[in-house]
Design a protein around this ligand. Structure first.
Ligand SMILES: *[C@@H]1O[C@H](CO)[C@@H](O)[C@H](O)[C@H]1NC(C)=O
Length: 286
């Protein structure tokens, strides 16, 4: 391609976009923005736009962002392991440094199933090392046929999980009730595919290794976030609609639709686990 005026403009705009935001707006280049964490050749970037993770008897695979973020929005498109995916776990999550013992984490985990049985989408929020805030869902589509967009919005007031832009879960900052909220520790974006014996139907159904390797695909992510540096956000003055993102009337209706029809577990409603009453943050119902 020639170095014509259009091309020059494209380059100029691209430079402007990265330069004006001292946080980061990143999209689409796995090779530049991410690095493998484990699994060697089982992490396979296919031209930068598409990335495949595979799992066999010997290992799963994973990758993570090179940068850390303190607040922002991350959209990731995933296509999950098709067919018999029992015992496989595909993840997309944010986590701060786990070696501190007081880490923060925001999780999407997809628990595989026998052929024809639905995946379970498992979500959790850790703050200051404490999780135990599981909510699980079935999906309203087959997540193995097409790519779907899974999003995490994280601002000073809430964490929102979205599936194809439909909010499925909101975790609000309830610091006034003494519940710590993730806000000081920068997080990396992490993705992985691994094997877990407990994952499918409570451990009843085991992985059929004759079907290996299992493959999950990631593509066309979008990150609009603040780069995190030692407890500070590095883009205090940049816009970003995620900063004020919250439920509107339509979002609230959609959330209720998901909760009514597709939620299969909610720690707030687990009276066996919490005979004395659920954790404090459960008092606020969306
Ligand atoms: C697997 O399928 C069963 C039966 O439909 C369902 O109860 C379960 O939630 C599904 N997910 C997992 C991870 O077991």
């Amino acid at each position: 391609m020639g170095d014509g005026p259009v091309m020059k403009m494209v380059i100029a705009v691209a430079i402007m976009m990265t330069a004006t935001v001292n946080g980061a707006i990143l999209s689409g280049n796995f090779l530049g923005d991410f690095e493998p964490t484990f699994g060697d050749h089982r992490v396979k970037a296919m031209g930068g736009q598409l990335l495949a993770l595979s799992l066999d008897q010997y290992s799963g695979a994973g990758f993570r962002s090179k940068k850390d973020f303190l607040f922002g929005r991350v959209d990731m498109q995933l296509k999950l392991v098709p067919g018999d995916s029992a015992g496989t776990v595909t993840t997309f999550y944010l986590t701060s440094d786990q070696s501190t013992g007081r880490h923060d984490e925001i999780d999407f985990e997809f628990l595989g199933n026998q052929s024809g049985q639905p995946y379970t989408l498992h979500t959790n929020v850790f703050s200051q090392g404490k999780g135990d805030r599981e909510q699980q869902f079935h999906l309203w589509f087959d997540p193995t046929i097409n790519f779907h967009t899974y999003s995490i919005v994280w601002n000073t007031r809430l964490i929102m999980f979205l599936v194809d832009n439909t909010p499925i879960r909101v975790f609000r900052s309830n610091e006034d009730m003494g519940v710590p909220f993730p806000k000081n520790q920068p997080m990396k974006i992490q993705c992985s595919l691994w094997s877990a014996d407990w994952a499918t139907q409570g451990g009843l159904i085991k992985t059929d290794w004759s079907k290996a390797p299992f493959v999950a695909y990631y593509k066309s992510y979008n990150i609009d976030g603040c780069e995190g540096m030692s407890g500070k956000s590095a883009c205090a003055n940049t816009p970003g609609s995620w900063r004020t993102h919250d439920l509107d009337a339509y979002g609230r209706r959609r959330l209720r639709w998901v909760q009514t029809n597709y939620m299969i577990y909610n720690y707030c409603k687990d009276t066996k686990r919490y005979p004395q009453g659920p954790p404090k943050e459960c008092q606020r119902v969306e």
